[in-house]
Design a protein around this ligand. Structure first.
Ligand code: IMP
Length: 407
């Protein structure tokens, strides 16, 4: 059964978007199973540039059914804005091709406020993601089913009363402003109500009849609420387990695709053993244009960490790697790769000779410099998972396909 899952193997921003787009075009179903509008992803089709945050990439080609699963958290206002922006570029949304799970939770303005007020030490995207998941687990959240049964406004009013009781940090002015915004929010929820429907039976049937299904992961494995570098994580299950709880359907994914950036980056706070604070770090940031697509923040940059990636492979059972941004590694005299950690947590490095030749746009593996090929092959051997695609630039055609992705 041709079911694919694409996940970030590091701390997000590995370059999932490009591969997801190539795959999404050919799919019957594209599913988001976790996270919210904290992800950011730019899709280039011909001369058009589309930006998505939560909407699955399949909407752009218009071929597939696109599902926002129950594991996601969905902000009515920003989702509506995202849809409108895509509509203005010709993307069509119809309830038979775009579905929001009734069990997905809402991200409300109060969640954004609390994220800003409470989560500074984590360096979140301030999209309200953590507080929305907190409400979900606390069983005080509002699910999208309330858009369909007419109970949203009443639930939201009750929720604000609850918040006022529990959080001293939310002052009277803020409460007044939240209450006065209710009618706009109700309007956004009502506009999205036609898209709310249980997609699980549809997906289960599709899995049985051999439809092509793509699960599109957001963020990365080490931002996972359980398996990541807690507490410096996001609030959802970004690894493979999240695909099951976040969509409600069992799929035997025959391609479990890791997107691995050929060096490491991270946004926000938290441990990062191979982080660089010297000119090599600046060079990676410059070569890779490492600035957040959702927040614009400069990303922290460092060497590739294979010890970490070994764990990522264990967690997710990857069987295909896309090795991205190799063209950003030209021009280093030497490169370091972490292969283990010392007892104090510092990395044990293996040094590789660098290469000068620019590789952007290369499509033939043999045209890569020998030292570059040695670097790639070491990664493959160390992880024991084949590198099927080496990505050599931002364009869709900038790939070396060593193992066909659609096989
Ligand atoms: P939150 O998801 O906004 O709660 O942020 C929690 C942590 O995850 C912060 O360190 C964010 O920078 C990080 N994060 C969230 N979304 C992304 C992403 O799409 N790429 C990289 N890091 C992310």
């Amino acid at each position: 059964m041709p079911a694919y899952i694409v996940m970030g193997a590091q701390w997000g921003d590995e370059g999932k978007g490009k591969i997801v787009d190539v795959l999404a075009e050919k799919m019957d179903f594209v599913v988001r199973f976790q996270g919210g509008a904290n992800a950011g992803h730019t899709v280039i089709h011909g001369d058009k540039k589309y930006v998505t945050h939560l909407i699955p990439s399949g909407v752009i080609s218009g071929r597939s059914i696109n599902i926002i699963g129950n594991g996601c958290v969905v902000n009515p206002t920003t989702l509506h804005e995202e849809m409108e922006a895509l509509k203005s570029q010709g993307v069509v949304f119809s309830p038979d091709k775009f579905i929001i799970s009734p069990s997905a939770h809402m991200v409300l303005p109060i969640h954004q406020y609390l994220d800003k007020a409470l989560n500074e030490k984590i360096g979140t995207t301030v999209r309200g993601i953590g507080p929305a998941y907190t409400d979900k687990v606390q069983r005080t959240g509002i699910r999208w089913e309330s858009a369909c049964d007419g109970s949203f406004e009443e639930r939201y009013r009750e929720h604000l009363d609850f918040i006022e009781k529990v959080y001293a940090i939310v002052d009277e002015d803020e409460m007044n402003s939240l209450r006065s915004g209710i009618s706009d929010l109700v309007a956004a929820v009502n506009r999205l109500a036609p898209f709310v429907r249980d997609a699980r039976p549809l997906l289960a049937e599709a899995a049985k009849n051999g439809s092509k299904i793509l699960y599109e992961g957001a963020q990365g494995t080490f931002l996972d609420i359980d398996h990541g570098t807690y507490p410096f994580v996001t609030s959802s299950s970004t690894s493979i387990g999240g695909a099951y709880t976040g969509s409600g359907v069992f799929l035997d994914f025959n391609k479990r695709i890791a997107i691995i950036k050929s060096y490491t980056t991270r946004v926000g706070e938290g441990p990062f053993p191979t982080e660089l604070f010297d000119s090599n770090g600046d060079k990676l940031r410059k070569n890779g244009n490492e600035f957040g697509s959702t927040t614009g923040r400069p990303r922290r940059c460092g060497w590739l960490d294979l010890a970490l990636l070994k764990e990522s492979c264990m967690i997710n059972g990857f069987n295909y790697i896309v090795f991205s941004k190799i063209s950003c590694l030209s021009g280093f005299e030497t490169l370091q790769v972490a292969i283990d950690y010392n007892s104090d947590g510092s990395p044990v490095y293996k040094e590789f000779p660098g290469w000068e030749k620019e590789t952007e746009g290369t499509t033939n593996y043999d045209e890569l410099p020998e030292n570059c090929r040695k670097y790639i092959e070491f990664v493959e051997d160390y992880l024991g998972v084949p590198i099927g695609i080496v990505s050599t630039g931002p364009d869709r055609d900038n790939v070396i396909e060593r193992i066909p992705i659609f096989a």
